[in-house]
Write a protein that binds this ligand. Structure first.
Ligand code: DGL
Length: 257
């Protein structure tokens, strides 16, 4: 049985990539809701519906756990999904807590990048209210970035210009950490690293999510030993072309971007 990963598009491949490194004896399934990407600029009701529809499709496959490798989908439907299905379901949320701990130590602020929908949901605002006692967290939507990513546009020049224009109103020197709160954003880790002040640490949720996945699977005795990191790619829209795109995105990450 496979471990399934789900995202609106190729974003969740950043989490799958981490899982492949940590779980070499597992096989995976990756589902992208290509008919409805991007989620981040849609309404909560729309995304909630698309997520449930997608997970219904995924559950027809032979899977033993599901990672909702999308912050937006998690905030829109994770509670309902857990009530609907009995296999372990791991969600994602922006890694605000470790970022606050780190920035506080340094007397600096935290900048959270995520989709507009993630940032507007109570799951996120409650999280910030819980961990941001010193009011050092600033939230910043980057709605266009998901589309660049879906177009496999990783051009340092063009994307660098985009970031420069977007971030121009901010005084970046005051930040100690930047949280990549959307699974599409880690594709731009290197471009951001080159562009932001060198003291800023970029934090994304892949590591913590895969750690949690392993803990839960170990507790439930679900870890495999016979897998070979085989991946079955499926999506809600036109198959072949997009499957190719998913493979290219994974290769981009495997080449060390
Ligand atoms: N990758 C998704 C996330 O982590 C969102 C992308 C989208 O807007 O569809 O939030």
């Amino acid at each position: 049985m496979r471990i399934a990963f789900f995202d609106s598009g190729i974003g969740g491949i950043t989490v799958l990539h981490e899982a492949m490194r940590k779980l070499p004896a597992e096989d995976f399934l990756y589902f992208a809701d290509t008919l409805h990407v991007p989620y981040g600029s849609k309404t909560l009701e729309e995304v909630n519906h698309y997520v449930k529809e997608s997970v219904h499709t995924i559950m027809q496959e032979e899977i033993k756990a599901l990672v909702v490798a999308c912050n937006t989908a998690t905030s829109a439907a994770i509670g309902e999904l857990r009530q609907m299905y009995s296999i372990p379901i791991i969600g994602m949320e922006p890694a605000v807590k470790p970022a606050v701990a780190k920035s506080l130590e340094e007397g600096r602020r935290v900048l959270v990048f995520a989709t507009p929908l993630t940032l507007s949901q109570s799951k996120y605002t409650d999280l910030v209210a819980r961990v941001d006692d010193h009011s050092i967290v600033d939230s910043f939507p980057l709605p266009e970035l998901v589309q660049y990513c879906e177009n496999l546009n990783f051009d340092p020049e063009e994307i660098g210009q985009y970031f420069k224009a977007k971030l121009a109103p901010l005084d970046l020197s005051q930040y100690g950490t930047v949280v990549l709160g959307c699974t599409h954003y880690p594709y731009y880790r290197k471009i951001l690293h080159d562009l932001l002040p060198p003291h800023i640490e970029l934090i994304d949720g892949s590591h913590g999510t895969v750690k949690r996945l392993i803990t839960v699977m170990r507790e439930q005795n679900l870890l495999g030993s016979q897998g070979t990191n085989d991946i079955k790619f499926i999506c809600s829209g036109s198959q072949m072309e997009y499957v190719d795109k998913m493979k290219q995105a994974l290769a981009f990450l495997q080449n060390g971007q």
